[in-house]
Design a protein around this ligand. Sequence first.
Ligand code: NDP
Length: 318
Amino acid sequence: MSEQLEHVKCLIIGSGPAGYTAAIYAARADLKPVLYTGMLAGGQLTQTTEVENYPGYPEGILGPEMMQNFEKQASRLGTDIRFGYVSSVDFASLPHKVVVDESKTILADTVIISTGASAKWLGLESEQKYNGFGVSACAVCDGFFFRGQDVAIVGAGDTAAEEATYLAKLCRKVYMIVRRDEFRASKAMVHRVLNTPNIEVLYNTETKEILGDGQTVNAVKVINNQTNEETKLDVTGFFVAIGHHPNTEIFRGWIDMDPTGYIITKPDSSETNIEGVFACGDAQDHIYRQAITAAGSGCMAAIDAERYLAAKEHVVTA
Ligand code: NDP
């Protein structure tokens, strides 16, 4: 006997501000959304501390707490929230086929992609070894643990500049490891870095290895790529801030993306190149990447999905 496939009107993939906002709107539009959280339920904000720039929280709120609130609201309004990750999709025909945890196939009339983005890593073995034990990709989340200590941060974009100045407030000294002889960050951010006395910028410098005692980090070996001179920086924390990559690999071949993997949506819309598939949040936005903009685009995706289904129903019943 063949397995009975589950058929849903609206499947939401991802549980950051974009996914949960899409769920809130889709549930209120009676689309009975099913949302799969992915491996990091709540998304990137669960790895931050204080969020001060999300409107409606005059005193600020902790990232994990905010995401719990998003989840509660989506759930209260009727979203079926499930822990699981989408392992593959087949968008060749309607309804769309989505495979969860490499085992369960769901048929979906509409799919909202809100899979977000993840931090990039240098790719060193020692970086993996000490990840969470001195190595971090989020200064705002983990800087607190290095109060009064010396740390290093790699990267030269706005994120690295912002995080370096954040760390400088907590730490005794911040080495900023910049691989070229200039920053990529905006002039204002560079100005701020260069005017922070306890930040030392090391230009033309690359990280060779993160050193430690097997438990925690105690130094970083860097090399000047002009002179080949190696230096050991005595630091207990090593922060990586070299950008993010969108979590869109499973959609490759189906959904149009830019060369770096960000999903391309039609102007003023969350529509992708595939009928009934919508994208929102950091999987689709490499410019703003804020909780509030992700939430806004999640709202757009749910409204687009609802209008798409209504138009189809109208054609069928007309
Ligand atoms: P970016 O892609 O802008 O910058 C990444 C940085 O990491 C670059 O300086 C790059 O060096 C460096 N880098 C990449 N790979 C390596 C490597 N293997 N080793 C060493 N260095 C490496 O990413 P961001 O996260 O900084 O910013 C992303 C977007 O978000 C940007 O548009 C930015 O403006 C925006 N943003 C805005 C903020 C604000 O306005 N407040 C705050 C944070 C981000 P290189 O320059 O040599 O390529």
